[in-house]
Design a protein around this ligand. Structure first.
Ligand code: PMP
Length: 407
């Protein structure tokens, strides 16, 4: 058997600190059930179900045909940088310069490089929970210490100024702020950002990694506000990270960017020059077309997400024992399932954790969701509404039935 071949592989110490992006018990169970021929309604997906708009695909094809198939500058083609500067101007009214822009293979890679460029062993990175699963491991991979700050229902699961003040130590290097948040969908208002800014002004050594990848998937009528725009005096301490994956349904193109302090951006670019040299030239051409071309796709897709959100919230809120947070942006619903803990399944198992709830929904409803423990806040589960409305409504009916069967 191939699995028995002896390996002399010895992982570096840093490898032992991290795990692959969550391959949970539920994910393994989804694969098992699907392999056994069972139909599973999958609400775990973290990417838009829409196709990349045609004008973006055509821009990529044109780039290939025009011979734009070579290395580009490490900080992207001049065309892409201009498009990024234009997008930041349009969404936040901020004027950045060329030297303040870094690009990479997705927002994820840019965040990783930003941490690699700045975090020394023992440096602390504040991560409000619930958080995107990758932050703590990205900090650990770079030998930093993730410091998880629990938020509360009263603040809509958003970090407050008091919590920030209490969490900062003389080792704090970064605060990671993700608005709209994955998995909460919470958006920080300008007043809430200003309250955080007031704390940050007292702690000049702390920088803010503002992950704004979902900023344009907002149900408030305007893009989620950025700390960099709300507190212009802190602009050089805020690294704005964004990309085209979510807004333009371009997850597979792998193109993200950051805007911030030119010295930090220079460091990110140095690391980029020694890792991938530059993101794909073709994806850069596509991303430029996405950012500075017609914006109809956003105008069309955001109302669709909003309708699905409303249907999902209404359906789940009607289930005794479930309390969905109403997201202001992104395409996830974070559902409080505390009332289900301690209930018993028809086959006699007592639900002791959100992982148990997730497995019950999978086995008895055929619905795949992700347990809150993956996001650092339990007992919750996350559903994605980046899938068609029929799947969402069928899944919620099935969830209601499986919850109704608990005793
Ligand atoms: N930040 C958050 C909060 C995300 O949910 C994701 C994607 N799951 C990313 C960053 C990274 O997106 P990408 O690398 O595709 O730009």
């Amino acid at each position: 058997m191939s699995g028995t071949v002896a390996s002399s592989f010895r992982g570096a110490e840093r490898l032992g600190r991290i795990k692959p992006s969550p391959s949970t018990a539920a994910a393994a169970r989804v694969r098992e059930l699907k392999a056994a021929g069972r139909r599973i309604l999958d609400l775990t997906v973290g990417e838009p179900d829409f196709d990349t708009p045609d004008h973006i695909k055509l821009a990529a094809i044109a780039a290939i045909q025009a011979g734009e198939t070579k290395y580009t500058p490490v900080n992207g083609t001049p065309r892409l940088r201009q498009a990024i500067l234009g997008a930041l101007r349009r969404t936040h009214g901020i004027e950045y310069s060329d030297a303040e822009i870094a690009v990479g293979g997705g927002g994820k890679q840019v965040i990783f490089l930003a941490l690699m460029a700045t975090v020394d062993p023992g440096d602390e990175v504040l991560i409000p929970a619930p958080y995107w699963v990758s932050y703590p491991d990205m900090v650990r991979a770079n030998e930093g210490t993730p410091v998880i700050v629990q938020t509360s229902a009263e603040s809509g699961y958003k970090l407050t100024a008091e919590q920030l003040e209490a969490a900062i130590t003389d080792r704090t290097t970064w605060l990671i702020l993700n608005s709209p948040g994955n998995p909460s969908g919470a958006i920080h208002t300008p007043d809430e950002l200003e309250a955080l800014a007031a704390v940050l002004r007292r702690h000049p050594a702390v920088s803010v990694l503002s992950d704004e990848i979902y900023s344009e998937i907002s149900f408030t009528g305007s893009p989620a506000p950025s700390l960099a725009a709300v507190a212009p005096d802190l602009r050089h301490r805020v690294l704005v990270v964004s990309g085209v994956s979510k807004s333009y349904a371009m997850t597979g193109w792998r193109l993200g960017y950051a805007a911030g302090d030119p010295v930090l951006v220079g460091a990110i670019n140095t690391l980029q020059s020694q890792t991938s040299s530059c993101p794909s030239s073709i994806s850069q051409a596509a991303a430029a077309a996405a950012l500075d071309g017609p914006q109809d796709f956003l105008a069309e897709s955001v109302p669709v997400y909003r309708e699905r959100r409303d249907a999902a919230v209404a359906g789940l809120a009607a289930v005794d024992g479930l309390t969905p947070l109403v997201p202001d942006g992104a395409f996830y619903l974070y559902v409080d399932c505390a009332a289900l803990i301690g209930r018993t399944t028809p086959d006699g198992r007592v639900l002791g954790s959100d992982e148990d709830v997730t497995l019950h929904l999978l086995d008895h409803a055929g619905v795949a969701v992700i347990q809150g423990s993956a996001y650092g806040r339990s007992p919750f589960f996350r559903i994605s509404f980046a899938t068609d409305i029929d799947t969402i409504t069928s899944a919620i009916d099935a969830i209601a039935e499986a919850v109704g069967d608990l005793r």
